[in-house]
Design a protein around this ligand. Structure first.
Ligand SMILES: Nc1ncnc2c1ncn2[C@@H]1O[C@H](COP(=O)(O)OP(=O)(O)O)[C@@H](O)[C@H]1O
Ligand SMILES: [Mg+2]
Length: 145
């Protein structure tokens, strides 16, 4: 379970690019961390690394809920959803069926809606602009804490 450290927004974008290289073309990735941790920033790097868009073309889907990049990457933010019924109405399982990378912020709030096989990336703010970023592959049915 590799843990990385970054010291700036730029480094986190660069890490996202690197992580993208090892992602299969069909993969669900949870981005976990408090507001401002850097989830969207890391997503920018992953989208860039997958060759789907440039970082400044990637904005937070907080209000739009789902952004699509060339049909190959979907970036989802469930922050504003109140309950599982609302989340269910998004039809996430249709995205999970696609040959695509699906990046999800605040997905851990709705674990029952997630596929059991996924990658969970936790971002922890440390002092200053430092972030600790842990990548974990989840393969079982049991929810991770
Ligand atoms: N090492 C770092 N990695 C990522 N973002 C950082 C870092 N240091 C400072 N920041 C800042 O933290 C904020 C992260 O915002 P954002 O990626 O939108 O967070 P989230 O999506 O988790 O709410 C940005 O303003 C970014 O410039
Ligand atoms: Mg965000």
């Amino acid at each position: 379970m590799p843990t990385y450290r970054t010291a700036s927004e730029e480094e986190t974008i660069a890490l996202g690019e690197r992580l993208a290289r090892d992602l299969p073309s069909k993969q669900v990735v949870l981005l976990i961390g408090q507001l401002g941790a850097g989830k969207t920033t890391l997503a920018k790097g992953i989208v860039k690394g997958l060759g789907a868009a440039e970082p400044d073309e990637v904005s937070s889907p907080t209000f739009t809920l789902i952004h699509e990049y060339r049909g190959r990457v979907f970036h989802v933010d469930l922050y504003r959803l109140e309950n599982e019924r609302e989340a269910q109405s998004l039809g996430l399982e249709d995205l999970f069926d696609l040959e695509a990378v699906v990046l999800i912020e605040w997905g851990e709030r709705f674990r029952d809606l997630l596929p059991p096989e996924r990658i969970e990336i936790r971002i922890r703010p440390m002092a200053d602009e430092r972030r600790e970023i842990e990548v974990r592959e989840v393969t079982g049915g049991y929810p991770q804490t």
